[in-house]
Design a protein around this ligand. Structure first.
Ligand SMILES: *Cc1c(COP(=O)(O)O)cnc(C)c1O
Length: 462
């Protein structure tokens, strides 16, 4: 039976001759087009064999052509699209975290051409990649030296590998963190070629725990910021300063993984601020690592600051070559860091900080009210639209549990489930990401700048 059906499949040439494909396949060369057709026919063949398609109810030739068109459109369209973030999560890891500032966007465009990423123009010879941001980072953090790698996970990896390969890294049991996207500190320590030595308990670790754990095999005391959770109640941790004193005495290094690592005290978020990088540097950590795309508000990067002797050793590690950032990242990072030179204008010019400190709920309310009107016009009377008070999240494990007061636009319909609305908004071009909560579809405009951005086209088809 299935052999008969298989004979009903069109040949590659038959499909290629179909007029519908001529339009769709513009910009795709004949070889690639034929390969796409062949792959689609192959898939149909195996689905027919396994009985997973109902062949009685379809015209095979038409179905193949349709599938080829779909595949060509997907190939030619942008997979990476702009998404309207109305989720209420400011630094959304799945949406690429920080929205870059205008200066960074300009810098990206410049860097798309040829740039002096590793060329010293004054000397007329090979230059140092990190030189484009090192002075800035040092000025902003008080560190002696700085270098940049792909992300903070890479920063921790290379720091530990440089100072403790084949040796022990001591960490408090209260700081054995897992960050979303499979960053688990014990695994990173292992992959760095180091041996994890846990000390203390989940809720309490004392100076003596570290001091007793240090032996001839110990190379690093590691402190990790518990980014996405807090230990509350009967707790005790060893402050960085104390840790530094213990390490000095024993002649081992102190590495701190700050996670978000804010460059400045954010007054608007002062209630529960993230640790500031300069404090860790001031407390005497040999090396401090943090992300470029969390509270800093720049591109994905891992920034390592610390004592010159230590940073020089990291630079010489062959892993640095494997983990180095490209010219685009460097360009965006440099432009972002520059904004910190002029603190009063920071919140105006840096989107991440602007969104986080948009504490003037009134401004979000006005934007939401505008969006509500637009949505009402385009959705019609059957939808119930309301404004409600609610909370936004910082995201990316920054300021865990810290909620930012906001105004939400809630959308409900008697016969349409909120999940369906969620999907419908997401299928818009550009996709609009809201969230579903308490049986309502919700849009949070904290991270949106134009009310019309959250109004999908062609909503009649909801
Ligand atoms: C976010 C985070 C990381 C991972 O940083 P990426 O830049 O996402 O690689 C590592 N450690 C801590 C404490 C973090 O908060």
């Amino acid at each position: 039976m299935s052999d008969n059906v298989l004979r009903g499949l069109p040949s590659v040439d038959e499909v290629l001759k179909r007029p519908e494909l001529i339009d769709e396949a513009g910009g795709v060369s004949h070889g690639h087009k034929s390969e796409v057709v062949r792959l689609v026919i192959d898939r149909f063949r195996s689905e027919i064999r396994s009985g997973s398609i109902q062949i009685e109810s379809i015209d095979l030739s038409e179905a193949v052509v349709e599938a080829v068109i779909k595949r060509l459109r997907r190939l030619k369209g942008n997979s990476l699209k702009r998404v309207i973030n109305a989720s209420g999560v400011v630094l959304h890891t799945n949406l690429g975290r920080a929205v870059l500032c205008d200066d960074a966007v300009e810098a990206l465009e410049r860097a798309a051409s040829t740039v002096n990423i590793e060329y010293d123009i004054d000397k007329g010879g090979r230059g140092e990649r990190d030189s484009h941001v090192e002075e800035l980072v040092c000025l902003l953090t008080g560190a002696e030296a700085a270098c940049v790698v792909n992300n903070n996970a890479a920063a921790v990896l290379i720091a530990l590998n440089t100072f403790a390969e084949g040796k022990a890294v001591v960490v408090s049991r209260g700081e054995l963190i897992e960050i979303g996207g499979s960053f688990r500190l014990p695994e990173i320590i292992e992959k760095s070629g180091c041996v994890l030595k846990e000390v203390g308990t989940t809720n309490r670790t004392h100076p003596s725990d570290y001091a007793c754990a240090i032996d001839d095999d110990t190379a690093v005391l590691l402190k990790a910021h518990t980014s996405n959770y807090s230990v509350v109640g009967f707790t005790s941790e060893v402050k960085l300063k104390e840790l530094v004193a213990i390490a000095r005495k024993a002649g081992v290094a102190v590495v701190e993984d700050l996670g978000s690592g804010s460059l400045v005290e954010l007054e608007a978020l002062a209630a529960k601020s993230e640790p500031v990088v300069s404090s860790s540097v001031g407390a005497g950590a040999d090396v401090v690592t943090f992300s470029g795309d969390k509270l800093l508000g720049g591109p994905q990067a891992g920034i390592i600051v610390g004592k010159k002797l230590f940073i020089d050793r990291i630079r010489k590690n062959p892993l640095k070559r494997a983990l180095r950032v490209d010219k685009l990242t460097m360009a965006a990072l440099e432009a972002t860091l520059k904004l910190y030179l002029d603190m009063p204008s920071l919140a105006k010019r840096l989107p991440a900080i602007a969104f986080l400190t948009r504490d003037d709920v009134e401004e979000i309310r006005q934007l939401s009210e505008e969006a509500r009107k637009f949505l009402k016009d385009s959705l019609g009377d059957e939808f119930h639209l309301e404004l409600e008070s609610g909370y936004s999240q910082v995201g990316s494990g920054s300021l865990p549990g810290h909620e930012l007061p906001t105004v939400l636009v809630t959308i409900t319909h008697e016969n349409i489930k909120p999940e369906r609305l969620f999907k419908r908004f997401l299928s818009n071009d550009p996709p609009i990401l809201g969230r579903v909560s308490r049986d309502k579809f919700i849009l949070d405009l904290r991270t949106v700048t134009k009310a019309s951005d959250v109004v999908p086209g062609g909503l009649e088809q909801v």
